[in-house]
Structures are given as structure tokens and as C-alpha cells.
Design a protein around this ligand. Structure first.
Ligand SMILES: *Cc1c(COP(=O)(O)O)cnc(C)c1O
Length: 355
């Protein structure tokens, strides 16, 4: 039976990407070899890496002041590498605290310098995006999380600041057109909206590096990775290959179209949550994520039963994060509107039985 995949990450990828990737696993580019058994220094793989970098630059409208890296260690290692490479002891970095991942980034930054949490939505269990705050001009940089994967909030209006802005876009990258030039660093684990788990894309404006005094271990030094073109050691070749296929697909569809589809999917599901007597959203209306739609059931005792019911419809992955409970339907780029309609229809039927 066909499955409707709402997992938060690793997550759904376009079917044509999975088909092509399985072909590449057997016989990559008719080379008689698998993509996972060729040298990362081979011309064939280098072409994949270069193409992927160019797609990222094009999709994020970046110029030659930026370098695109494909590293390992996940977005979680970027939490540490960013302050390691940018923040001297005694200097202060500004952070916006909007959820679990933002807190993770703050925790790491505190190991290297001072952290100024300029605003937080912890007071209302991260159910909104803080808006009226100022970022002090002496901050070394300002870190934001553009989409809060676990709570289900998203920043639709990026903040302006007089200091370099660093954005964790792990869960909403390429979900709409974005002028990446307003950020000094954009990073994203591939496994949510870009490809297979194992690589992290980092787009970095080169001029922000080189101001820290401390010694940086080779593998944590962005300058090294830039000089070596993400090839200081063996990169995660398969994950980069799958990312490249997804990036190709994104370019073919176009980010304007992707945004339209993402809006239509999110609108359909939020409309049902609003109008269905059994379900509700606890997230501030204007900040509701288009990527990770969180909702709860008013009759808590029916939570498990609803999950089991949707399983029968072929729906997987809508159980909420273990820290929040409830439900979370992730509507990443590759998810079709048909899948959302199956969920919406299921919610209606379930409410008829139990309303
Ligand atoms: C999933 C996620 C992370 C963690 O990513 P890893 O690649 O598992 O380290 C960080 N930030 C956000 C916004 C995420 O959604």
C-alpha cells in the first residue's frame, strides 16, 4: 500500500530522486560502478559536488562572496562550529530563542563567548515568534532558527540587524524563494528538505571569517573546508549525491511554484484544524509553520486511537515530538497535496465517529 510520509526528518524526497538515486547506486552515469564505490577525488564525483554547490548558490541567489560547503556532523555540529569560528572570548553573540534547536545552538555558543538571548518565546512554550526586540550593534553576529521543527513555528519576516545574521534553515530551506545575501551564514542538515541524512550544507560569506584568535582544530575550521572545497577528508558522497538530485528537482520545479504548493498544503491542513471540532492548534496564527504543522486533540484519550486510525489510511510519521506530544505533520517540499487531503479527510471521518 502507498504510504503518505509525514516524518519530520529524515523525511520524504521526490519519488523521481529516489528512483534516480537507486539507479546511481547500481550503475552511476553508466560508469559500471556504484556512486558509493567511486573515489571522492574522481572526476565523476567532483562534478556532482560542484553541481550541487552551484545549485545552492543559484537557489539562494548568492554571489561569489559566498562559498557553499557540504560537511558532516549535522546542524548540531554547526551549532558549535559557528561560535568556534566567529566568537572570541569576551565577545557577545546575539541569539533568538525559539525552540529546542535554538536552545541547542545557544548552549554551544556559551562554550566560546558571551550569549545575549535578545528575545525568547519560552514564556509560552515556544508557541510564537518574538517580534519586538533589538539586536545590539556590538553583537558579533545574530543567530536565528528560521523554522522550529518541533514546535511548528516559522519566521516569515526575517529580522533586520546591523550585524551579520546566521540562520539555521534546516527544516525550511528551499521551501520558498529567499535572498540568501541577507545572511552571513545559512546552514541546514540535508535530511529534512534537501536530501539524505549525512551531510550539512553551509553557505558562508567568506569575509566574516578570520577574526577569532583561538586555535581551531582542522576539521572544525571553516577556512580549511573552504580552501579544500569540502574535500579536506572524505565527504559524505552518497548524501551529497542525493542532495544534488533534489537540488536539480527544485530548480526544475522552481521555488515560486514550490512556495505556492507549500502554501496550498499548509492552508488546507490548518483550515481543517481550525474547523474540525476535535482538533486545535496552540501556535500563534501568524507564526504557524508551513513545514511542520503541529496540532492537538481536545479529547486527549483519543490521541493514540487517532494515530492508529491514520495508520490504516497509510499515513506515517504524524506523532508529535516526544517533548511536545500531540501531532506533527511535516509537509516538506516533496509531499504532495494528495497526501494532505488524505490526512484532512481522515480527520473529518474521525471527528464524525468521535465528535
Ligand atoms: C533537525 C534540526 C537540527 C539538528 O539537525 P542534525 O542534522 O540532526 O544535527 C537543527 N536545527 C533544526 C532547525 C532542525 O530541524
Amino acid at each position: 500500500m502507498k504510504k503518505y510520509n509525514f516524518y519530520a526528518g529524515p523525511a520524504i524526497l521526490p519519488q523521481e530522486v529516489i528512483q534516480e538515486a537507486s539507479q546511481g547506486l547500481l550503475n552511476f552515469n553508466n560508469s559500471g560502478l556504484s556512486i558509493i564505490e567511486i573515489s571522492h577525488r574522481s572526476k565523476d564525483f567532483e562534478a556532482v559536488l560542484e553541481e550541487a554547490k552551484q545549485h545552492v548558490k543559484d537557489l539562494l541567489q548568492l554571489d561569489d562572496n559566498y562559498e557553499v560547503l557540504f560537511l558532516q556532523g549535522g546542524a548540531s555540529l554547526a551549532f558549535c562550529m559557528i561560535p568556534y569560528n566567529l566568537l572570541n572570548e569576551g565577545e557577545t553573540a546575539a541569539y533568538l530563542e525559539t525552540g529546542v534547536w535554538a536552545k541547542g545552538a545557544i548552549k554551544e555558543a556559551k562554550l566560546f563567548g558571551n550569549v545575549n538571548v535578545v528575545a525568547s518565546s519560552a514564556d509560552k512554550n515556544f508557541s510564537y515568534i518574538p517580534k519586538n526586540y533589538t539586536v545590539p550593534a556590538e553583537s558579533k553576529y545574530f543567530h536565528i532558527t528560521t523554522n522550529n521543527t518541533i514546535y511548528g513555528t516559522e519566521l516569515f519576516n526575517y529580522p533586520k540587524a546591523s550585524v551579520p545574521i546566521v540562520a539555521d534553515m534546516s527544516s525550511d530551506i528551499f521551501s520558498r524563494p529567499v535572498d540568501g545575501k541577507q545572511f552571513a551564514i545559512i546552514y541546514a542538515g540535508a535530511q529534512k528538505n534537501m536530501g539524505a541524512a549525512g551531510t550539512t550544507m553551509v553557505a558562508i560569506r567568506k569575509d566574516i571569517l578570520g577574526t577569532v584568535k583561538r586555535k581551531i582544530p582542522t576539521m572544525l575550521d571553516y577556512k580549511v573546508h573552504i580552501e579544500k572545497g569540502s574535500m579536506n577528508n572524505t565527504p559524505c558522497t552518497f548524501a551529497i549525491y542525493v542532495s544534488n538530485l533534489t537540488l536539480r528537482w527544485l530548480k526544475k520545479v522552481g521555488l515560486e511554484k514550490i512556495e505556492q504548493l507549500n502554501k496550498a498544503k499548509a492552508d488546507a491542513l490548518y483550515h481543517e484544524i481550525e474547523n474540525n471540532p476535535l482538533f486545535e492548534s496552540v501556535i500563534a496564527k501568524e507564526d504557524r509553520s508551513r513545514m511542520n504543522v503541529t496540532f492537538v486533540i481536545k479529547k486527549k484519550e483519543l490521541e493514540e486511537e487517532f494515530i492508529n486510525y491514520t495508520k490504516g489510511l497509510g499515513i506515517v510519521g504524524i506523532k508529535g515530538h516526544r517533548s511536545t506530544g500531540g501531532f506533527r505533520a511535516s509537509l516538506y517540499n516533496a509531499l504532495t497535496i494528495d497526501a494532505v487531503n488524505v490526512l484532512v479527510e481522515g480527520m473529518r471521518e474521525f471527528a464524525k465517529k468521535h465528535g
